[in-house]
Design a protein around this ligand. Sequence first.
Ligand code: NAP
Length: 438
Amino acid sequence: MAKKSMLERVINSDFGAKLGIPQGTKLRRYTPGEPFLDGPVVVGGGDLADDIRSLLQVDYQLLDAEADSKRAAIVFDATGITRPEQLHELYDFFHPQMRKLGASGRVIVIGNNPDDLEGDARIVARSLEGFSRSISKELRKGATGQLVYVEPGAPITASESTLRFLLSGKSAFVSGQVIRVSATENENVDWERPLAGQLAVVTGAARGIGATIAEVLGRDGADVICIDIPPAGEALAEVANKVKGTALPLDVTADNAAEVITEHAQQRYGKAVDIIVHNAGVTRDKLLANMNEGQWQMVQNINLVAPVRITEQMLENGGLAADANIVGISSMAGISGNRGQTNYATTKAGMIGLVDALAEKMAAAGGTVNAVAPGFIETAMTAAMPTGPREIGRRISSLSQGGQPVDVAETVAFFASSGSRAVNGNTVRVCGQNIMGA
Ligand code: NAP
């Protein structure tokens, strides 16, 4: 970890807090073996509320909405709200709840997916986005808020993995997000080891976010093939050993990359890959006027051309199972755009394009494709930023802090699970509800 400058120490001190500089609260993060939630859940709203209670009561403690004690989470089914006049139900339910939510609490609103609706029902379903994104900005002490859009008529079991993820410490740095859930049936998984028996590939796994993704997928039971460029071989071998996986030194831009991965999976595991995480990525920041062609093209080749080519070729040659779960690492810059990052933001928006382009095909074969768009994450890359922009970058979010690589990795693992078959075609930001592009 880089040594902190005097300015950085002051900004992050009690004195900094007295000066009015926001100091993020320590977030509740997931530890295996601990309870799924650190307090009771209040469930309210329409017809799905009873189904949600039945689903949650197995592993969670429930609390009456009228109770005065603190609650760890509030879940509200808004699918019964189909006319604008009914939006008052949001006020009626949430107004008395707001002061009763505990630290690192969770607010989850469930609505019908507007894409599946018409007329008034579509209008009010869309209203829920404004409500949930605003509530997330009002929450304090590390609490987060999200909206889950469900396909009308979908059984609540389709949303189980999403509810579990959002209630847990795994979603610590996810806030103000919208997740769309279809009626697709999920596979039954062991919630402590949801990836057991799965073969995963993680690119860019020698360090940073990729190394943590490999660790989390391994923790959740997957066999992990860790890929990085050959010069990173030693660090890559260490990560692979740690996760009891295998190291595959490979430049993802190599013409035969798809073949090499397919052969490695067959030779070492005797099977096709079930999960692929396109994490390898680079930046070469320059204003477009000052950028040379090499800086443009290198970023395109690694961040987008390679993931697209590897995915297409491995689906074609059977190296990637037809019902695979594909996860792309995008970036907030791909959503908001960023000065000096025309090359990078093009590729990161393209990663969201890959999700859009493949979602239907993957769903038809029983698989999924989703993207994670990290915001400010504490890595070697962000540690190297000048103090001013770094401290601002950390604080311009509802959680007033940077995220950890594990926050990105947990979201990847949520998407990668067969328990999340109903979660397809989504891009979720892991950014603490950063104001950039929100
Ligand atoms: P990182 O520390 O630079 O790690 C990226 C890894 O990918 C490195 O080990 C790198 O190896 C490897 N890599 C680069 N080119 C490759 C190639 N052609 N083939 C195989 N591996 C290659 O980056 P990070 O911060 O962990 O970021 C991981 C991903 O998250 C990237 O896609 C990045 O764009 C995205 N992201 C990060 C942040 C953040 O705040 N850190 C925010 C938004 C998005 P070498 O460097 O040794 O070449």
